[in-house]
Every structure is written in structure tokens, then in C-alpha cells.
Design a protein around this ligand. Sequence first.
Ligand SMILES: CCCCCCCC/C=C\CCCCCCCCC/C=C/C(=O)SCCNC(=O)CCNC(=O)[C@H](O)C(C)(C)COP(=O)(O)OP(=O)(O)OC[C@H]1O[C@@H](n2cnc3c(N)ncnc32)[C@H](O)[C@@H]1OP(=O)(O)O
Ligand SMILES: Cc1cc2nc3c(=O)[nH]c(=O)nc-3n(C[C@H](O)[C@H](O)[C@H](O)COP(=O)(O)OP(=O)(O)OC[C@H]3O[C@@H](n4cnc5c(N)ncnc54)[C@H](O)[C@@H]3O)c2cc1C
Length: 672
Amino acid sequence: MPLNKEIQPGDNDELTRERLQATFDTQQMAAALWGSDLARKRRELAKKVDKLTVLHDSKDMSFMTREEKLSENARKVVQMFAHVADIVEDPSDDAEMFHLSSNAIGHEGHPFGVHFVMFIPALKAQADDEQREKWLMPALGLQLIGTYAQTELGHGTNLRALETMATFDKATDEFVIHTPTVTALKWWPGSLGKSSNHAVVSANLIIDGKSYGHHNFMVQIRDENTHKPLKGITVGDIGPKMAYNASDNGFLGFDHHRIPRRNMLMRHAKVDKNGVYTKPPHAKIGYSAMVHVRSVMIGHQGMFLGSASTIAIRYSLVRRQGEIKEGSGEVKILDYQTQQHRLFPQLARAYVFMFAGKEVRELYQKVLSDMEKGETTLLADLHALTSGLKSVVTHLCVAGMEQCRMACGGHGYSRASGIPEIWGVAVGGCTYEGENMVMLLQLARYLMKAVKETKKGKSLGRLVDYLLLPQDRHSLIGRVPQGEYGPHLAAFEHIARRQIFKVADELTKLQDKGMSKEIAWQKKAVELQRAARLHTRFYLAACFHRKVQSVVDGRIREALADLYHLHLNYELLDMVNYALEDAYLKADQVDFIREDMYRLLETIRPNAISLVDAFEFSDRELRSVLGRRDGHVYENLYKWAKESELNRADVLPYFDKYLKPMMLAARQRSNI
Ligand SMILES: CCCCCCCC/C=C\CCCCCCCCC/C=C/C(=O)SCCNC(=O)CCNC(=O)[C@H](O)C(C)(C)COP(=O)(O)OP(=O)(O)OC[C@H]1O[C@@H](n2cnc3c(N)ncnc32)[C@H](O)[C@@H]1OP(=O)(O)O
Ligand SMILES: Cc1cc2nc3c(=O)[nH]c(=O)nc-3n(C[C@H](O)[C@H](O)[C@H](O)COP(=O)(O)OP(=O)(O)OC[C@H]3O[C@@H](n4cnc5c(N)ncnc54)[C@H](O)[C@@H]3O)c2cc1C
């Protein structure tokens, strides 16, 4: 019985032979990746989507205009909700719904893109009970379409500089929402341009001329029936983007638009009818919708990299190019060491990002339930962790996806590969929900506070306990038996701790010389973001370790351990300069790491297809000709190209309009 459940009649023989080599059962590996319950649900919902033709793409989205894309995805999302009860077990389970939408709709966006990801989480965390009844229930019941309108044309990162005003009018018990300048226009919110009729709007709360900072307000922006903008509201689409073009990211302006006082979200901060303001229990509790998205992004980005790895690895087992031994025939490109070195580390990253995504969601759920009770102690830890992971994971994902694209040669550049679209969506993640560099500096702030606590012999939180441990001077890599690669993990810890203390000391020295804290911070900002990156990369490696240790099945643990060990070697080499600076690692140890990495590439090679099959992306979800499960790439590339709108006629009008007259004129000139 093959251990790879993906083998089916009619498959490309090359892939079948590859699949027969697996040392583990792919469904068990899928359970380790997704969790057994979600893996089963994903499998079942994919089968149901396959049977429901109303959920299928009417043509490849690559051949559509933006308006066609918006319309196509609006059609599919409506059909998806119409059939949801027959497809998923629990429509209130975000994870299951996300996978349904990933299969049926893809990742280019749809009218409910921000509704479920931010609008509803903002209401859940920030609306009081009465407000939940009024908006959350209708929002969950699809009676309205919401978005999250925070970013403005002039400011996205620096929320304290947002200009939109919400001025309390005691006489009418209303807020007057106003856009005072062009830079105050809301800019970017997803599904705002043409789809949403409600928005959670961030605006400065002003009472009796005093500003209380930005708070969130529920604003209806379009008529429920005509869908026309309400009086005092200007709204539209901001235009085409790098990708994500089935989403109508929009602009929004208010001209003294009035809303009832009770439209301010009042679970935590409140304003009564006399204009008396009550502070929230934590100053940043209003940022919870952002923390929510950051926490879900980690696993999703892992999934994007997993998709790109699946495409590139399957294709690399079908594509033959060149010979290794002269005269013995062309080899599969995955047999080249360089190709393995390009792809397997990306695969390992995809795995660990998905594991980290699961851990961070568990912490988010705990903080959310604490917040319900007014308890906010873990919010700072969660903010620090999500800020670092969001930045490191999105950055490594897009770098990894680019490797996957290049590993597919010319065909990787074609939209038929599917990689350009997922790459375009994933790279947006480096910017949205907090620009990566800015979020790394948020984590750095936390780490600098942690150093202060450490110096008092205390720990700021579980995530930084390791700062209390003493530094070893030399690594034991290659000096003791490898075992579970403890010395490798210790090296990540050493590198992170050293950089964190080093930059903390440098900041102190600058301040001791009389420099202000802020200027010292600027002088060391690059080093600070490095400290944040190294801390996060240590967290990821430790997370991989925890996962491998938790697996009971021996064959799964062994295959996962190979990926984990490859990850340790590859990432250590990527940041080896830090370990060489203080001679923690010697040159022979670096060689040892390299040789072990090459050995692991060979070990992983026979399991490569099964490690990507274990993601269990259906062909519909992957939307890639190169990554097809059955491996029939070439005939389908030809079929796909024939769908190009340029092939609708042998001769297109521009030939007669421009090229033909030019050539005729040139010929006439040459005849003269
Ligand atoms: C069809 C059906 C489908 C169903 C599917 C269901 C579910 C699907 C689920 C998921 C799908 C996901 C796919 C993703 C889709 C893509 C959608 C994209 C949507 C994008 C939206 C956006 O981008 S919204 C806008 C986001 N904007 C930002 O992120 C702005 C970034 N800026 C900031 O956050 C702040 O300005 C910044 C943190 C940088 C600074 O804030 P500031 O108030 O100035 O504070 P500062 O002085 O720096 O720090 C003071 C103090 O506060 C601490 N702190 C800051 N933030 C937080 C926080 N969030 N929590 C806790 N604490 C915080 C900070 O650390 C400081 O602490 P101390 O050092 O003083 O102790
Ligand atoms: C696809 C997409 C979807 C989006 N969806 C939404 C949405 O639904 N709702 C919404 O409200 N917004 C949305 N946004 C907006 C997004 O949240 C912002 O673009 C993001 O927060 C970055 O802000 P910015 O554009 O102002 O960048 P800027 O802050 O102008 O960044 C530009 C550069 O300045 C640097 N920089 C800025 N401040 C600092 C600092 N303090 N220290 C060091 N460097 C700094 C940055 O690192 C960056 O290199 C979306 C954006 C995208 C791309």
C-alpha cells in the first residue's frame, strides 16, 4: 500500500514513481501540518467544491479585466454562502471558512475580504453587548458588508497623526465625522471602493475641543438598497495594484457626516451623553483587529510559501534538462544539488511558518478571552510576538517564493505557474497590518525593556526567559554527537541574545554620553531591527523543535526532523556573520554545518514530493498548470496559452492599424 494517498490512475509515471518512495503516510503528515481535524475538513470540503460547478472559475482569472474579476468573485462568494451549510461542518469556524474560500475563490480578493478578517473581529473585540446585537449579528448574517477604514492618504503607520475627526455634538447626541484635508482621505481599505456599505472608521475623538486620540466608529457609507454613497460621503476605488486586483481597495471622505453617539465602539472606551469620556483598560486595546490579522497571517503566509514550494517541487520532478553523467539521459531538475538547495529550505520554512501560525493563534485566543474579562497582561507579549513574526515570516516567504519562481525557469515567469499571483498577494503582507520595518522596531522596543528587567534578575515574559541565561563562549556544533541538534538551537539563542544585549549596551553608552533616548534609538535603529529579526528566527527554530518533539508517529517524526535539521543548518548559514563576529563558531564548524546540510538535501530528496503532497492543496486551490497533481504539465500549458485573449483571432486590429501601414511605408521608401 503506497504511503502517498495522492497516487491516482492516469498520473504522470514520473510522479507516481516518486510518490512510491515516500517513507511516511501523507495523510498523517497532513494531520501534523494542519491538525487532524482541519486536515480532514479541508479534504472533504475540497471534494465538495469539486462537485459544485457554480463555485468553479468561469475562466482563468489571468485572462480577466479587473471588473470581470470583481464580478466573478462576487458571484462565487455569494454561491459559496448559499451552499455553505452543505460544504463545511461549522460556518462559524474561521479556519474552515478560510480554506473553503481559498478553494472556491482563491486569494485575489472578494467583496467580503476585510468583512471577515477585520470588520467582524473589530466588532467582536470592541463593540459592547448592545452594539454587537445591532451590527455583529447582521454582519455575521450577511445583511451588510463591512470594511476597516483606518489608513489615510497621508498616514498609515503613524496612527497618532490620523486626521479624520469625530467631533461630539452634545446638543444632538451625535458625532460629526469629517475629512479636513486631502491627506485625511481614508485610503487602502479592502472592499471599500465598490462593495462595502458599512465601515469601522478610525477617527480622532474630539469632545469640547479636546482630542482624546483615535477611536473606532461604525459608519454606514452606502444606502442598503441603491448602494449609492450616503449624503456627505465620497467613496471610490484607488486603482490597480501589483496583485490582489479582485479587491476594490478604496478611498473615503466625509463632509461633516453625522452619526449617533452610540456608533462609537464602546466595549472599552466610552463617551456618555454629557460628553464624559471613560478610558479603556489598556491604551492600545483599540488596535485589536490589527493584532488579530497579524496572528492569522503567519499560518496563511506559510501556506502561500507551501503552495509555491508544491508548484516548484512537482514541476522539478517533471522537467528534465541536461545530463549529470554524459550519455545517460536528461535528469529531473530536482536531481541537481543547486535545485534542492534552492527549494528544500523554502519547504522547511513553509512547514515551520504553519506550525508557528498555530501557536500564535492559540496565544491570540487566550488574550482575547482575557480581554473579555478586562484582563490585558499578555497583550504586550502578543503584540511583540505578532509584530516580529509578521515581519520575518512575510519577508522570508516572498524571498522563498521568488526562489520557487526562478527554480521553474521561464515557465515560472508565466502566470500559468500560479506563482506570480500568490507572490503578489503575499508581498502585500510585508506592508499591510504594519510595515515590516516598523513592526520589527515595535518588537525591538519590547526586547530593550526585557533587557532592563533581565538586569534586575527578572524576566519580562516567557518569550524572553532565555535572556536570563548565561552566554556560552563557544559553540558545541560538531564537537559533540549531533543527537537532536541541541547545539544548533543553542547557536540561534546565542546569536539573538548577543545582538539584543549588544544593541542595548550601545544605546546605554550613547545616552550616557548625553544623547537623548530618541536620537540614540535612531542611531541604532538598523541594529535594533536586526535584534528583532534574530529573536524571531530563534523563536521559529524553537517552535520547529517543539513540534518535532510532540510528534508520536516515528516515521512522521523522522521525516519532519530531517526538515527541521535542514532548517537549522540553512538558517544558521544565512546569519553566520553574527556567530563569526565573536568567534562563537569556528571555520571548521561552519564547514561541518554546510556538509551536514548537503547530506540532508540528499536525505530529503526521495520524500520531496510527499512532503509537498502533504499540504493537500487541491488543483483547484493551487490554480497552477506547473503544479498539477497529476504532473501533466506540457499539454496543459499549451491548452492554457490557447485561452489567451490574444488568440481569439489570427490577426488583431493593431496590426492593420499601426504595423502594416508602417511596413508598407517602409517598403515604399526602400523601393524609391
Ligand atoms: C468569505 C468568507 C471568508 C471567511 C474567512 C474568515 C477568516 C479568514 C481569516 C484570515 C484571512 C487573512 C488574509 C489576509 C487578507 C488581507 C487583508 C489585508 C487587510 C489589511 C488591513 C490593514 O492594513 S489595516 C491597517 C493596519 N495598520 C497598521 O498596522 C498600522 C501600523 N501602526 C501601528 O500599529 C502603530 O502606529 C504603532 C504600533 C507602529 C505605534 O503605535 P503608537 O500608538 O504610536 O504607539 P507607540 O508609542 O509606538 O507605543 C506605545 C506602546 O504601545 C504598545 N503597543 C503598540 N501597539 C500595540 C498593540 N497592538 N497591542 C499592544 N501594545 C501595543 C507599544 O509596544 C508601546 O509599549 P511600551 O513600549 O510603551 O510598553
Ligand atoms: C494590499 C493592502 C491592503 C490594505 N488594506 C487596508 C485596510 O483594509 N484598511 C486599512 O486601513 N489599511 C489598509 N492598508 C494600508 C496599510 O495598512 C498601510 O499601507 C501600512 O500600514 C503602511 O503604512 P504606510 O502606507 O503609511 O507606509 P509608510 O508609513 O509611509 O511607510 C513608508 C516607509 O517609511 C518607513 N517608516 C514609516 N514610519 C517609520 C518609523 N516610525 N520608523 C522607521 N521607518 C518608518 C517604513 O518602514 C517604509 O519603509 C492596506 C495596504 C495594502 C498594501
